[in-house]
Design a protein around this ligand. Structure first.
Ligand code: A2P
Length: 257
């Protein structure tokens, strides 16, 4: 048995010069937890060329969705950005990853902190009804350089908030906080600085960071992850894992450099 499923591309949407998303068929035997990733890619010269991609779709959805960067000389993304409806992609049979609610201690507020394509696993998690059962507040923070890079997240949040089921679940619980660093926007600055100064909590009209009640998931660039991890550890937050739940969990956004 092959380690991959061959899936058909159903649609592709280009968001900016550097960002696109696509949907593909999902084999009925492919199971995953919301927030996890799988190795996906293309067959190139008869060989699989794969990278880790978080599922942006939720596990209750029939189709798979992925949100990707385009790197001009990236071995995979230079090719993947050209895919079209009807093309074949490879999806590994096994999904893995640390951004799962079972790796966190019980809490009241879930902070999902992302930069760039690090949004992808949270696109899946905010479509998980269980997340809204577990937490009193669910906060999605997305930091980007430019306003245009927020579009995928903005559309998704808008769609969910207008959805009959999710609109109701999210109404009093969910806060979306997009922030931009390199041009004017209603929220400005790096996530690290916004947390350090407490500005983000003021803007949201919520209480400050609190180890008793806050649980955190991080996904973004290596520099952002390192800075946030240090910041939380200085405040005594402990990193969690599958066999030892903690206050926060981390996943790299798997960017090709
Ligand atoms: P900045 O514009 O100040 O570099 P990138 O595209 O480089 O992955 O960055 C995505 C977003 O993450 C940008 O808004 C960027 O801000 C921000 N960022 C980069 N490094 C860090 C860091 N160490 N901590 C917090 N945010 C960061």
């Amino acid at each position: 048995m092959s380690a991959f499923h061959r899936e058909k591309v159903l649609s592709v949407q280009h968001w900016t010069d550097t960002l696109f998303s696509f949907k593909a068929t999902r084999d009925t035997s492919f199971r995953f937890q919301n927030g996890q990733f799988a190795m996906i890619g293309l067959e190139v010269e008869g060989k699989p060329l794969l990278r880790a991609y978080s599922m942006a779709s939720a596990n209750h959805e029939e189709e798979l969705e992925f949100f990707s960067i385009k790197v001009p000389d990236g071995p995979l993304t230079s090719r993947l950005q050209k895919i079209k409806e009807g093309d074949t992609i490879l999806v590994a049979r096994k999904a893995v990853g640390t951004l799962v609610t079972d790796s966190l201690l019980p809490g009241k507020r879930l902070l999902m902190l992302s930069t760039g394509t690090g949004l992808a696993p949270f696109a899946s998690l905010i479509k998980d009804p269980d997340v809204y059962e577990r937490y009193e507040h669910v906060v999605l923070v997305h930091g980007c350089r430019q306003v245009s890079e927020l579009a995928y997240g903005e559309r998704l949040v808008e769609r969910l908030q207008n959805d009959e089921l999710f609109g109701e679940l999210m109404k009093d619980k969910f806060t979306y906080y997009p922030t931009v660093t390199r041009e004017p926007f209603r929220n400005r600055g790096r996530i690290t600085d916004l947390i350090e100064s407490g500005q983000i909590f003021k803007d949201m009209g919520q209480g400050p960071l609190d180890i008793e009640t806050d649980r955190i998931m991080l996904c973004g660039s290596p520099a952002m992850l390192e800075d946030l991890k240090n910041m939380f550890e200085e405040r005594d937050f402990i990193e969690g894992s599958g066999n030892k739940p903690g206050h926060f969990v981390i996943e790299k956004a798997f960017v090709e450099r």
